[in-house]
Structures are given as C-alpha cells and as structure tokens.
Design a protein around this ligand. Structure first.
Ligand code: CAO
Length: 537
C-alpha cells in the first residue's frame, strides 16, 4: 500500500527566502532516496536538496524562481510504505565576539552530518586580509559544495589545510590575527557554528536506513592538481563537478547563460565545443610551468581562402563525438604500441576451405575478424590485466568478455560490441559482426550495441596497411590493430618459406600493462592465430 508524503525544504541553516533555481524532477517521475529534487542558490552557495524518501512524484508545489525557507513544501510523493516524520535538523548557534589583534584559530564549523569532506579550493594565503564572511575554503561532498566564510576580519597568519584534505567539524583551517575595526563593527561567529553557508541536510526518516556515507571522491587526476580556483565562479555544484571532470577552467567562461549569469552545463559544453573546433585555445595564457596542465599554443587560425579556393563542411555528429573521445584518450593515456607478426597461413587455408564448403549450403561466411575476436577472448582469459578498467585507485577486473570492433561508416568511425564472445562460436561471431557492421553503415546501431566493451579490435586488413598505432577506447586498457596479411619469406631454421603473415599492433595503457606483459599477450595471440587449436586448450 502506498501513502502520500509531503516533502519539505530541510534545515538550510540560517538562510531564508532562498531562490529556487531549478526543479530537477517532474510529476510522474519515480525517484530514489537522495535523488536531487530542487536546486537552491543564495549569495554564498548553491545546493541540491535530495529526496529523503523513494517514491513517485504526484504534485510539485514550487517552480524555478520561487523563494523558499526551511519547512516550505516542495512536492507530494507517493511512497510505497509508511515512514515516520523526518527528524528535525540542528539549528545555528549564536555568534560571539573576538578581541582585536588576537591570533584566532578558525575551525570547520558545523557542516551537518558530513564528515571527512574534501577541500576542493583554498581561497586565501598567509598575509591576505579577509573580512567577516570572506570565503576561506570550499568543501565538496557528493551532494553539495560549501564555502566556509571567515568568522573574523583580519590578516591570515597561516593556512593549516590544503586542497584534497578531508575535513570534519572542528578541524583547524587557519590562524588569523583579528583586526580591531572589523571586530568591533560586526559580531563574529564562533569556531563552531552552523550555516556558514548552505550545508544541506536531508531530513532523515526515522526507521528508514541511514543515508549512505559521503564517499571521499577519488584523488583528482594530475591535470586537476593545478586547476584554477572556481571560487568566484557562479555555478551549481553539479556544474562545477562536470567542469572538473572535463578539466574545464570555469573562470575562463565569462558569464553563464543562466539566471544572474549563472554558468549552466550547456555553457560548459559550448566552451568545450569551441576548444575542440579550435576557436578557443585549450588553456588560458601559457603560464603553467612544471607540468600539471597542458601548456599548448592556441590552435592556428588560418584564412585558407587566401591560398586557394576552399569549402567548409560541418563535421558529422559521429566525427564530433568520436573526436572528443579520441582526443581525451590520446592525451590522458600513457599508451605504447607493440607490434607482432602472426603466421596465419594455416588459419587462412582453413577459413577458405570452410567458406568453400559453406558456399554450397549458403552458410555464413567466416571472416578473419571473427577468428581474431575468438582468439582475443582466449588471450584476455590468459592475461586478465587486459580485461580491466581503471576506476580511481582501483583496477576493475571484468569477468565477462565483450569485444568491440571498429567499423568504418560513411559518417565516421563507430564501435559496435559483440557481447559475451566467450560463449559464442566463430560462426556466430562472424554472423553477428556482419550484422553489426551493416547496421553501423546504415546508421542504425542503438546505444546498447556500442556499450560495455572490454577490448577493441580495429581491423583495417580489408583495406591495406602494414602496422599502425590504434588509440585505446577508454576506459578499456588495450586495443588490437590488425593490418593486411601478406605472403612473406619466413626463415624456418633451414630455409625461407612463403608464409601468410598478419601484422598485429597492440596499444596498451602503460599505467596497467607494462611492456613485458604486452609483448607476452602479443606473442600468445600470434600463437593462437598460427595454430587455432590452441584456443581450445
Ligand atoms: N588481411 C588481408 N585481407 C583481409 C584482412 C586482413 N587482415 N581482413 C579482411 N580482409 C579481406 C577479407 O577477407 C575480405 O576479402 P574477400 O572479400 O575476398 O573475402 C576483404 O578484405 C574485405 O573485408 P572487410 O573489411 O569487409 O570485412 P572484415 O570482416 O574483415 O571487417 C569491418 C569488417 C567492419 C572491421 C571492416 O569493414 C571495417 O570497417 N574496417 C575498418 C575499421 C577501421 O576503420 N579501423 C580504424 C579505426 S581507427 O581510425
């Protein structure tokens, strides 16, 4: 049985009449505990208000542009089972005063139920003069970013934290020498206080399971180490997070297109598009030294028409998408390509013989690609490091074998996936790759048919080529390139004999796979293709 529950604005500290800048659910939506319902924004912070309950949204009581305070109704939720009223959240404490000239410790105030919240920005340095409410640091949990403002005016003596430190209530942030005039002008906040900013606290349903603990996010990638401060940027936590994931410096976006110039996700996407098209330089002024960011020259802007007739044609949608992915993978993965020759004389003879037999019965045509898929599955089983993905500091080992293959289409490169290739025979794989390649060329591949790959094969053998360096299809850790097989003289210990040689080019992520392992994989793969009976072993 279900009951209707009214969801209210939870304790948002001392803030009142805060702007609703976004309603992130709609009537009819099925939501979980912690699904963001609305986005609020004050002068100091932006926060998502998560749902305290799971259920179906029946009626929404507010809209973007409304102002809300604690207790105001947000929406009605149809919940599956009865839950008790939310537990009231703590309220703010009273400010106290400080003595001018005195060295004062500034500690992390009451930030609700949050513990070990990572610092994503430190906004001040020793010697800086700060006023009451000047933002000192920015914290970011899974749910919200919070600026911690100074409770005193004065001069910073020392900063005791750095970006990446996880902090909890009461941890020392910095020491400052309070200045007299400011100290007298405004009452100051104590070391422990609530509502330094919008510290979101979802009402906790009594009897319901406690909300999941805040996960300390994985350490930021190297490119973020010297990421510029976003502190003065007007953007919501989710947009800040999105920008950080893409490595976008939000301070380079002049003004957002949202209300009050707020930067929206679309603004970040537009900015990235401009960089990808070369209209904007990837980095601001070339100031970075000592690594950390790519200190690149701006993309050359050339009036080609000055040199001869030209025609500009827009890139296809597939090219734009794959271009952005390839550029990221090329820049971020320390990749090495290892080459090997596979003697496929016997395998090709076998393939031709089976196809000849099949011609009479109208069976499926076996392709070299299908044999390669099967051999790669066996090699992945033999070398499980190749069937992994990096996830922060973890290496995720997959126990399934989904093999992707690059397919050339009139609109660009697409990468369909043969799922569970370990459970399929070579005929099935040949049939499936044929069907997927046709769908790809007809532009009819669905998203699910291009997802979940463990490893990719890029075969250009039907076209030509000797060796090449394929780009890894992240988050996979390796890719196999196959070029055109050709008859070559091979020394058998006594004489040169003509053998059909397939050139293999394996690119591997050196963070996961070192050169010795990659070479072993290649040698093993070549052995499998040279004598396919080994696949059964
Ligand atoms: N050596 C020699 N000949 C080869 C070969 C190889 N490694 N691989 C295929 N061939 C032959 C085939 O036997 C076939 O010959 P027949 O018509 O006489 O039988 C011919 O080349 C055409 O094969 P194909 O390429 O159409 O078929 P496939 O199953 O080998 O490959 C697919 C299918 C989808 C991989 C391929 O069509 C394709 O799109 N390849 C390009 C992939 C690509 O662009 N990679 C680069 C990505 S990075 O930019």
């Amino acid at each position: 049985m279900s009951i209707i529950k009214e969801i209210h604005v939870p304790d948002i500290g001392d803030f009142k009449n805060v702007d609703v800048i976004e309603v992130t659910v709609a009537v009819g939506d099925t939501i979980d505990v912690d699904t963001p319902l609305i986005m609020l924004e004050s002068d100091k912070a932006t926060m998502e208000v998560p749902s305290p309950l799971a259920g179906v949204v029946r009626e929404i009581k507010i809209k973007a542009g409304d102002k809300v305070s604690q207790g105001d109704p947000i929406l009605y939720l149809d919940v599956a089972e009865s839950v008790s009223a939310p537990e009231p959240s703590p309220v703010g404490e009273t400010p106290s005063a400080s003595v001018a000239g005195e060295a004062r410790e500034v500690r992390v105030p009451d930030i609700g139920d949050f513990k070990s919240v990572p610092i994503i920005e430190v906004l001040v340095a020793p010697g800086d003069h700060v006023d009451i409410d000047t933002s000192l640091i920015v914290l970011e949990s899974d749910k919200a970013s919070m600026e911690v403002p100074s409770p005193f005016a004065g001069t910073i003596q020392s900063v005791e934290v750095k970006v990446g430190d996880p902090v909890s209530q009461g941890d020392l942030i910095l020491i400052l020498r309070a200045s007299g005039a400011d100290a007298a002008a405004k009452p100051q906040l104590p070391d422990t206080l609530s509502a330094v900013t919008l510290a979101p606290r979802a009402p906790k349903p009594v009897g319901a399971p406690p909300p999941p603990p805040i996960k300390a996010p994985p350490p930021p990638p190297a490119v973020e180490a010297s990421a510029p401060s976003f502190a003065k940027v007007h953007a919501s936590p989710s947009v800040r997070r999105f920008a950080r994931e893409l490595g976008v410096d939000l301070t380079r976006l002049a003004k957002g297109s949202g209300p009050k110039g707020r930067i929206l996700k679309e603004d970040v996407q537009g900015f990235v598009k401009q960089i990808m098209s070369g209209a904007l330089a990837p980095t601001a002024a070339p100031t970075a030294v000592g690594g950390g960011v790519l200190d690149l020259l701006p993309w050359p802007t050339v009036d080609f028409a000055k040199f001869g007739p030209v025609e500009a044609k827009p890139l296809s949608r597939i090219k734009k998408l794959s271009g952005a992915n390839l550029a990221r993978n090329w820049v971020m993965i320390p990749a090495v390509t290892y080459h090997e020759d596979a003697d496929i004389t016997d395998l090709e003879a076998f393939r031709l013989q089976i196809n000849k037999e099949g011609e009479k019965s109208g069976g499926v045509k076996l392709t070299m690609l299908a044999f390669m898929v099967k051999a790669c599955v066996r090699a992945l089983q033999q070398f499980p490091e190749f069937n992994t993905s990096l996830d922060g500091e973890n290496l995720v080992y997959k126990q399934y074998y989904h093999i992707a293959f690059a397919a050339d289409t009139p609109n660009g490169l697409v990468v369909p996936v043969v799922k569970d290739a370990d459970k399929k025979g070579v005929f099935d794989i040949a049939r499936e790759t044929g069907e997927l390649a046709k769908k790809a060329r007809d532009g009819k591949l669905g998203p699910a048919e291009m997802q979940g790959a463990c490893f990719t094969i890029s075969s250009v053998g039907g076209i030509g080529g000797t060796y090449f360096s394929p780009i890894i299809n992240a988050p996979e850790v390796a890719i196999l390139g196959a070029s055109k097989s050709a008859m070559k003289p091979v020394w058998d210990g006594k004489q040169f004999v003509p053998r059909l040689v397939l050139p293999l080019s394996l690119t591997a992520d050196h963070r996961v796979i070192d050169g010795a392992l990659a070479t072993r994989f290649n040698v093993y793969l070549a052995q499998l293709l040279a004598d396919f009976r080994r696949v059964l072993l």
